[in-house]
Design a protein around this ligand. Sequence first.
Ligand code: LHQ
Length: 242
Amino acid sequence: TIQLEQRNGVGWLKWDRPEKLNALNETLLREAREAMEQLVADEAVHVIVLVGQGRAFSSGQDLTIESDADYGVYLEEVYHPLVRALADCPKPIIAGIHGVVAGAGLSLALAADVRLVARSTKFSSAFIKIGLVADAGGPYHLRRLMRPDLALAWMWSGSTIDAKQAETFGLVTELVEDEAYLERLTTYAETLAAKSPTAVQGMKALFRADSFEDGLEQEIIWQRKCGQTDVHRQAMQAFLNR
Ligand code: LHQ
């Protein structure tokens, strides 16, 4: 199942199937999609954190799925609505990654805006080992985060890499020692949640603009909104009065 928690402006979406290393089944994926809707609608939530309970972020698709199921339909109906909910989310999404992250679990983590990673994490490109392509938006995000040839070579190899290697690949926003990981993740999320939500969400929107012109258009919209916020006006006054 999914656990949802909310405190200090942060909504925590936790995979909670630790006995199977948070292997993703239909229930979990559908619940996560619904949880995303709730978190986006909740005005008290400014930042969303995606994490796994137990000793892993996620071991990817639950392999007890029937192998004669139509995976195309499964992707379309179960994975893609969640992948879209993550990709289209106007609020910042932080993936907190520790332990193991494999297959579709990795793909979902790559859909987040930033990734805080515990040093002992293993990143597994699992898919090819069981004769599958990478899915759940993984290829799309990978080739944007890292060199496309290295991404493809990694996915072809099926190898598991450590957090240091993932960092050189460009998949790690911040590498954290295991002991400090949860505290750092909490501080990171709560610090971001305390900033102007308009500026934080606007910044995200601008970094996702499709083209130069789209980016300029979006700047106009967002800077206008930001200029009208109390946070901004008070900061301007404080500067002038200093
Ligand atoms: C699991 C899983 C798991 C079920 C650990 N499923 N039980 C695929 C198909 C269809 C459509 C959509 O898309 C996809 C995309 C994909 O995600 S493909 C990639 C799927 N993931 C994998 O291939 C990884 C499979 N897991 C592993 O290789 C290992 O479990 C890793 C390396 C993740 C961890 O190894 P260990 O630390 O040695 O743990 P473990 O293997 O002992 O796992 C602990 C338990 O979790 C164990 O259950 P048990 O009841 O025996 O204690 C595992 O069976 C279970 N588990 N992953 N994906």
